[in-house]
Write a protein that binds this ligand. Structure first.
Ligand code: PMP
Ligand code: GLN
Length: 385
């Protein structure tokens, strides 16, 4: 270990290590079943790997265009047009990114000025606020109303002001699994009409929406689409979170600003994976079947927890299941999640990690993007509590 030679003054003294890393490490240290960090424990299809390997062998191993390979942008444009009816322009309105995290950071860096306010909804995905603060912006918190995690638009209206530059929405919502409705989007559009507020819409779980509900993309709302950056991630859709490939859609003016930062942030994203994804995406069934695939996993996991003392909250989308545990322990959620990992051998995420003030409704988040054998083994341990 090499010590820095003088006392190091941190630029970010209040930023610790992300809860996903903390809990996955604890799970590994305790050899617990890891239902904390969100990632599948099963393989993607061989066709995706073959298409990617083929691209490598055919010599597609140098820099692709800054915005992404045209084949992938074309496939994204076709999908978005088919599902949401918005014709994003290949050259000016679609950019492939190194996952959604980079897309979100880059969007914030490109658009939020020093002193600008950004409205976020708590519980808030943990990368948003550090990105806002890293560029000198200020996060302003609206709270989703427990236990349904619905937005309180009246509260949002009271938070809007001359310094508001951006509103970040996320549907399907991590960690709650709640969905925004078409009425929510209409209300949001009305609230920011006539302002210069930009919407950053994190839609990485767009294909994981249950019970016949339709994903309400801001791309399908022309008024919002004109002032929004829409973010998605192939990691969620194709079971490849480690590939770190995603994309952003935005009107040309906004996208031009986005690319000013993107080109010097990552410049571009690895070529063979983009080409593999472009080929794989041609079969729409592969993303259209995802809701059913995860609906079955949601049901299987709920079945495993039947007869346990956990109380499951509604899960309308994503691959996360929230659960109350007050019948089991009278502990703050972070302590409970650590205890559960160490003593019961199942790791979960404490939802207070998604609140700036560590607000604690005594709820934990399980990831059910796992093989049935994994969920069954976890269920056995959880039923015993
Ligand atoms: N937003 C949300 C809501 C997420 O759950 C995740 C990831 N798990 C991301 C963004 C980041 O996605 P990526 O892995 O593509 O960076
Ligand atoms: N988004 C994933 C989750 O919510 C984790 C991503 C990460 O580890 N950064 O669990």
């Amino acid at each position: 270990m090499l010590p820095f030679p003088v006392p190091l003054i941190s630029k970010f003294p209040s930023i610790g290590t992300t809860i996903f890393t903390v809990m996955s490490k604890l799970a590994a240290d305790c050899e617990a079943i890891n239902l904390s960090q969100g990632f599948p424990d099963f393989q993607a299809e061989a066709e995706l790997f073959e298409a990617t390997a083929r691209a490598m062998r055919e010599g597609h191993n140098q820099y692709p265009p800054m915005a992404g390979v045209v084949e992938l942008r074309r496939a994204i444009a076709a999908k978005v047009m088919a599902l949401y009816g918005q014709p994003y322009d290949l050259d000016h309105e679609i950019t492939v990114t190194a996952g959604a995290t980079q897309a979100i950071f880059t969007a914030i860096a490109a658009l939020v000025r020093h002193g600008d306010e950004v409205i976020v909804f708590e519980p808030v995905y943990d990368s948003y606020v550090p990105a806002i603060e890293a560029v000198g912006g200020k996060a302003v918190y609206a709270r989703l109303v427990f236990p349904d995690y619905r937005p309180d638009w009246r509260a949002v209206r009271s938070l809007l002001g001359p310094r508001t530059r951006m509103i970040i929405i996320n549907s399907p919502h991590n960690p709650s699994g709640a969905l925004l409705t078409a009425d929510d989007l209409a209300t949001l559009a009305e609230l920011i009409r006539g302002t210069d507020v930009v919407v950053l819409s994190d839609e990485v779980y767009e294909h994981i929406v249950f019970d016949g509900a339709a994903h309400q993309s801001v791309a399908s709302h022309p008024e919002l689409a004109a002032r929004s950056l829409v973010v998605s991630s192939f990691g969620k859709t194709y079971h490849i979170t480690g590939w770190k490939v995603g994309y952003v859609l935005a009107a040309a003016d906004l996208m031009a600003e986005f690319r000013k930062v993107h080109q010097f942030n990552v410049f571009t994203v690895n070529t063979p994976c983009q080409l593999g994804l472009a080929a794989y995406m041609r079969d729409a069934g592969r993303y259209l079947g995802l809701a059913r695939f995860y609906e079955d996993k949601r049901a299987f996991f709920a079945e495993q927890l039947r007869g346990s003392r956990f109380e499951l909250l509604p899960c309308r989308g994503t691959y996360f299941q929230l659960a109350r545990y007050d019948a089991i322990a009278d502990l703050p959620d972070k302590e409970f999640a650590c205890w559960l990992t160490r003593e019961a051998g199942v790791a979960a995420i404490p939802v207070s990690a998604f609140y700036a003030d560590s607000h604690d409704d005594r709820v934990i988040r399980f990831c059910f993007a796992k093989r049935e054998a994994t969920l069954a083994a976890a269920g056995e341990r959880l039923r015993a509590l």
